[in-house]
Design a protein around this ligand. Structure first.
Ligand SMILES: [Zn+2]
Length: 306
C-alpha cells in the first residue's frame, strides 16, 4: 500500500495493509460510514519454543479509526491467527493473534483517534461534544484525559519563551475536578497536562523543571485567578504575567455590575434610578458609538422618562 494512503488513514504499523486481495475496493464509502478493510500479518515466533509459528486463518476485528470525509470510519482488520503445535520442545499447543501497533490490545479505538481527542481537548469544548464529534463514548474521552500523563513526555530542561496555562474541567479523575493545560503560546502546542490546579501541586510540578529552563520563560499568560500570581513570580522570576483577554473582560464585567447594583441599592428599591439601572443594564454595556440617541421607546405609557 502506498505510504500516503497510510498517512491519510492514520496507520503507523508497518505491517498493517489495505486488504486488496479480498476486496476490489478496500475503502468502502457507504452513506453513513466508511469501512476500511485491512489485513495484518507478519512472521511470528512462538513465545515458548522460539520456532516460527504456523499461520492458521484469520480473525476479523472491527474498531473505530480516525474520521475520513467527516464520516465515522471503521477499520475492519483481518488479523492473522498463529499456532504452534505441541512437540518435544513445546509441550502445549500455543496460539497467538497478530497485534496492531496503532491499537492497544483489547482496546478498539485507534491511537490516532485518541491523539485527535487530545488536540481537541485544548478547545473550550465539553467532553460530550467532543465525544460526539469523534464518534466515541464520553467514557473514552474521560479515559483519554486520565491517560494524558503517559502521552506527554515533557522535557524538564527546556521551556518555551512564552507559555500559557489555563484550567479545564477534567471531572472526577483529578483530585480537585479541575486540571491545567500547559501550552506553548508561539506554536499553540500543548506541552503538558497538569492533573491538579492546586497551588501546592503546581509548585511541585514546575519545580521539576530545571531552574535555567524556568529562567528562560519571558511571559506567562494566565487568567486572573490571584493565587497563581505569587507562584508565577517565584517559579519564573524573569517572566511578565500577561492576563488572558477573556478573563479581563469577564473580570471588568463583574466589577462593573457590582457597582451598578451598589448604586441601585443606594437609590432605594422602586425609585426611578433603581428601575432604570435594573431594566437597562444592557445599555450600560453597549459601546458609546453604538448607542442610538435619536430613538426613544417607553417601556409602558405610565413609566417616567429615563
Ligand atoms: Zn512452540
Amino acid at each position: 500500500m502506498n505510504n500516503s494512503i497510510k498517512t491519510i488513514l492514520g496507520i503507523k504499523d508497518p505491517y498493517l495493509k489495505l486488504d486488496e486481495k479480498n476486496f476490489d475496493n478496500p475503502i468502502e464509502d457507504q452513506p453513513n460510514q466508511i469501512i476500511v478493510h485491512l489485513i495484518q500479518t507478519y512472521p511470528m515466533h512462538c513465545p515458548k519454543c522460539g520456532h516460527l509459528m504456523c499461520k492458521n486463518g484469520y480473525k476479523t476485528v472491527n474498531c473505530l479509526g480516525p474520521e475520513l470525509h467527516f464520516k465515522p470510519t471503521i477499520w475492519s482488520i483481518k488479523k492473522q491467527k498463529y499456532i504452534c503445535k505441541a512437540s518435544s520442545s513445546c509441550p502445549e499447543v500455543v496460539t497467538k493473534l497478530a497485534a496492531v501497533e496503532d491499537i492497544h490490545y483489547r482496546n478498539h479505538i485507534s491511537l490516532a483517534i485518541k491523539q485527535q481527542a487530545m488536540m481537541l481537548l485544548t478547545k473550550n469544548e465539553s467532553q460530550s461534544d467532543l465525544a460526539k464529534e469523534l464518534n466515541v463514548s464520553d467514557w473514552t474521552i474521560r479515559r483519554v484525559i486520565t491517560n494524558l500523563d503517559q502521552f506527554f513526555k515533557p522535557n524538564y530542561y527546556w521551556l518555551p519563551r512564552h507559555i500559557a496555562f489555563d484550567d479545564f474541567k477534567s471531572g472526577r479523575f483529578a483530585p480537585s475536578g479541575m486540571s491545567m493545560i500547559l501550552m506553548n503560546i508561539e506554536n499553540k502546542r500543548t506541552l503538558d497536562i497538569i492533573l491538579s490546579r492546586k497551588n501546592s501541586y503546581l509548585r511541585k510540578y514546575f519545580l521539576r523543571y530545571d531552574r535555567s529552563a524556568r529562567l528562560a520563560v519571558q511571559t506567562v499568560t494566565v487568567d486572573l485567578y490571584t493565587p497563581y500570581r505569587h507562584l508565577i513570580h517565584e517559579l519564573f522570576p524573569h517572566a511578565l504575567i500577561i492576563a488572558d483577554h477573556f478573563h479581563i473582560v469577564a473580570q471588568a464585567y463583574r466589577a462593573f455590575n457590582k457597582i451598578r447594583i451598589q448604586v441601585m441599592n443606594r437609590a432605594g428599591a422602586g425609585t426611578h434610578k433603581w428601575r432604570a439601572l435594573k431594566l437597562f443594564w444592557k445599555l450600560l454595556l453597549t459601546p458609546a458609538n453604538e448607542l442610538k440617541y435619536d430613538n426613544y421607546w417607553s417601556s409602558h405609557s405610565s413609566s417616567s422618562k429615563l
